[in-house]
Design a protein around this ligand. Sequence first.
Ligand SMILES: C[S@@+](CC[C@H](N)C(=O)[O-])C[C@H]1O[C@@H](n2cnc3c(N)ncnc32)[C@H](O)[C@@H]1O
Length: 380
Amino acid sequence: MAMQQKQQDGGHAKLAQEQLLQASTELMHHSLGYLNSMALGCAAKLGVADAIPRAGGRTSLDDLHAALSLGPSKLPYLRRVMRVLVASGVFAHEQEAADVDNAGGGGGGYYSLTPVSSLLVTTGAGAGASCRSLLPLVLLHHSPALCVTPATGMAEWLKSGKEETAFEMTHGAGLWSVCSRTPELGELFNDAMAADSTFIMDLAIRGAGQVFDKITSLVDVAGGTGAAARAVAIAFPHIKCTVLDLPHVIGSIPTDHGGDVQFVAGDMMDCIPQADALLLKFVLHDWSDVDCVKILKQCKEAIPSREAGGKVIIIDVVVGSSSQATSQGTQLLFDLIVSTMLPGMERNEKEWCKIFKEAGFTEYKISPVLGFRSIIEVFP
Ligand SMILES: C[S@@+](CC[C@H](N)C(=O)[O-])C[C@H]1O[C@@H](n2cnc3c(N)ncnc32)[C@H](O)[C@@H]1O
């Protein structure tokens, strides 16, 4: 009996020890997990993804080091950055048969793109052709001023009793005024939004083009520098497309911007130009519920009745719309970054529905067809 008891205790103690080791490993993994993101930001800034198609589709560490013009002593560090990015699936590494001891991205072998890193390629040779590159969005996420510093101050911000965002606590002003008074930050932000719009509108038009059926005019409300409107105008030349955004954004657009799109400088809280349909892409998640209702009420004023074809097309996150773990995780991360930068949030269907009703709309249809985002058609 005593012997049996001892064995049981030993078993429990062993289990506890294994659990503790597993828990400590997981804790360290989460605690240092930001370095996965930092390694991605580093590769984005260095242009690693562009170097691979330039080298013919795969590159050795030595050639990559030379192509990126890094300091002579930095080769071992580049290898370690790449090893982390191979482990997280951003790049692929194929070992030479004679070099199997160097597993996980050693000095030998070749690096190539994965579907993830192909979206960082800015030249035409990669899987993500130039106009579809998401590199500017990754550079925005790694901007110390716009994203990283406000997020680093999250604990201090939560403790603060002041009604301000973490971004406002960092800068003493909101995102739109900082983008307006610091043109290089405005450009970084607008370029990131334009890259995202070009990428996602192409997929939206190809995968859910019926959303634009029977529309003859569209206003892209808070449409940035017009990438989404331009995509609609090219795909549906009969739709008259207009972009409304703040004066500093519209003022930054070159006059020879190309494409048949009109630009209007204004405040969507005051007035929205009339059209059959309005597009709100990545806009409402920037705002509180109260402001969303105000914006949607302005939208309702600008469109005809449902019978006459009036509708609002929203492209945004619907939390819980996807059963895929990466999409769910991405929705939660977007919620955190949005809520440090702006008074907004990512919303679930119930929260969206409440806003639509309060703004006087009668019906909506959610199509979860854009990965972690959805298209929501809202009808008056
Ligand atoms: C997150 S960005 C989205 C831009 C664009 N819809 C896209 O997805 O590419 C939000 C946009 O809202 C604009 N904005 C902010 N406040 C606004 C206002 N009161 N009236 C019009 N536009 C506004 C910003 O200048 C910015 O371009």
